[in-house]
Design a protein around this ligand. Sequence first.
Ligand code: SR1
Ligand code: MG
Length: 407
Amino acid sequence: MDYKFLESGEVSSYLAGRTEILGLIDPESIESVEEVGDGNLNLVFIVFDKLGRSLVLKQALPYVRLVGPDWPMTPFRAEREAEALRIHGELNPELVPSVYFYDPERFIICMENLASYHVWRGALINGERHEGAGYQMGQYVGEIATGTSTLLMDQQEQKILAAKSINPELCKITEDLVFTEPYFDIGRNSVLPENLADAEEHSLDKAMMEAMAEAKWKFMTRAEALIHGDLHTGSVMVKFDSGTTGSSKAKAFDSEFAFYGPVAFDLGALWANYVIAGARAIALGENEFAEWIISQVSETWNGFEDTVRRRIQEKGKDPLWNDVFIGDMLSQWQEDAWLFAAAKMSRRVVGLAKAADIETLEPAKREGAARGILRLSRLLSQQRLQDSSPASFQRFALETLISNRTA
Ligand code: SR1
Ligand code: MG
């Protein structure tokens, strides 16, 4: 494969003549090009012209950026991302950045620069409360759960889209890093010396391993909807909404892991990352802020459930998919969200690709935060079978994180 890295010096000529960006930026008066990619996989450039207009160029590298060329990775994932952004954006025009064009030869997505937004993980680390962000992300997942599944899509169109949306290489990353490697280390796991015993206890827990087998099987076989596939707080941008006092706007991006998978995986990813942010706040003695963060579990669930019920009422066509069936589906998604949240929170503690919320804590505080997350993930993986309400999830999360705090 002939692969050409995008260089900042060529951005002006690269954009020249692209009719899709006419009026959005002037390629002949580019003022600045800054590479800002802080994720694990890609190159990301923010481009400004002399009038202050901007856009983003995101190029999928032919390897995993976090590790380097020793871990090759298909750049065709950019096509999956561009398609998911387009489809999710049609269902959620307010909750997804616009795509201006996709370049299949250079694996580059040209998209809206969310100039006044910040990555949610960073905003949480800074102690910002973005009211409404959790609910909006629940709405986003609810629109996808209904709008890309056979709940609302035309049966033929849905099958064709599902066939086109396979993303085997990116799914394999998740299957390995999230479900298997935390229990069967192939040399990519790491923790503080003070947490070695916690990591060992975690990896040897038989009940947890059984739960993870169930989680991995569901991830690999439940082709329900075109899910985001990596919906942590680093995949969400937030900003305070100047128009509405006390509320914020949120947008989901970075959907290169999108594939037809279980809806609850996206919910669980959000919940897990609220726990991770909450663990940081508790480690720093900010319990009130931690309570607010963890309350986003219910907020997200409410946004999701409201959207699913509303969409089925407005547009549902299949008479078999009545209120009783939708109620059963919601119960199953709720229980599975606990399962996936358990998987997603512990992998960020023991496995490759950790979370800045925890990693930037001084070791004495990180020790308790990491231990609390590992213990909580095991508790959640079992307790989901008794009571899978978001309120109960939140109670377990706060109690466990507080009781394991160190320093
Ligand atoms: C090798 S990629 C590591 C992680 O980064 C992404 O955000 C996904 O969560 C993936 O597991
Ligand atoms: Mg990402």
